[in-house]
Design a protein around this ligand. Structure first.
Ligand SMILES: *[C@@H]1O[C@H](CO)[C@@H](O)[C@H](O)[C@H]1NC(C)=O
Ligand SMILES: *[C@@H]1O[C@H](CO)[C@@H](O)[C@H](O)[C@H]1NC(C)=O
Length: 212
């Protein structure tokens, strides 16, 4: 019936315009404000420019001359204020031959990775302790569900790189070895809670900057 169709269209237009009346187009981060669970407070729209929505630092890889022989270049809200409140962000991974992104989690986001150069062996461990492991080649994509421990290692003899996207503007990062060996938690307690021997704990604390 045409009348019903017209009525339907009218209600569609009415409801969609009224329900969007108070929605903001964007909330570019005012990085001087506090970063809460809902993100940063919004910068005044009068002060927002296109540069808030453009990030140009992923063209080149980060410096891989370090203990992990790898670099993560983030385009999270702290670097890229335009993603504030949008529930997404990006980073670039660079792995020299032998490079490792050690076991870590992002408490606030799932991650999706696309290999752009070389080969990367990536894996995650589910909360049932099942391992999901694959060696990815250029163009391959792998997803890492939110909160689960995962890693990436270079599986090529050349430099490998990837771009990763997150389902949060501020995915968070906790690196397992740093949590265990890069702080002042007493070594005896680290041993007691991980069942590792004291010599190994002291050695890793020495390498990663932990004390105690
Ligand atoms: C816009 O930026 C200028 C210069 O940083 C600042 O003085 C002004 O207070 C800002 N305006 C608003 C409304 O935040
Ligand atoms: C990379 O980092 C190393 C170690 O910190 C430093 O010696 C080197 O100069 C850096 N390279 C570049 C291109 O910044």
């Amino acid at each position: 019936m045409p009348q019903y169709y017209i009525l339907f269209l009218f209600s569609l237009i009415f409801f969609s315009s009224s329900s969007h009346a108070s929605v903001q187009d964007f909330c570019v981060a005012d990085l001087k404000g506090p970063d809460g669970p809902a993100g940063y407070p919004c910068k005044s729209p009068a002060n927002v420019t296109v540069s808030d929505f453009v990030f140009s630092s992923l063209a080149k890889g980060g410096n891989t001359t370090n203990i992990i022989q790898a670099a993560v270049t983030p385009a999270f809200v702290a670097q890229f204020p335009g993603v504030n409140g949008l529930g997404l962000s990006l980073a670039r991974l660079d792995l020299a031959p032998g490079g490792v992104i050690p076991f870590h989690t992002h408490p606030g986001a799932s991650e999706i990775l696309v290999v752009t150069r070389g080969h990367i062996t990536a894996g995650f461990v589910s909360s049932a302790n099942t391992v999901y492991l694959e060696t990815l080649k250029k163009g391959d994509v792998m997803v890492f569900p939110q909160g689960l421990l995962h890693f990436q290692v270079n599986a090529a003899k050349i430099h490998s790189s990837a771009f990763v996207s997150f389902s949060s503007a501020s995915p968070g990062l906790q690196i397992l070895d740093f949590a265990l060996f890069a702080n002042n938690l007493p070594s005896a307690l680290v041993g007691q809670t991980t069942f590792l021997d004291l010599a190994q704990i002291k050695k890793l604390k020495g390498v990663l900057g932990g004390t105690g």
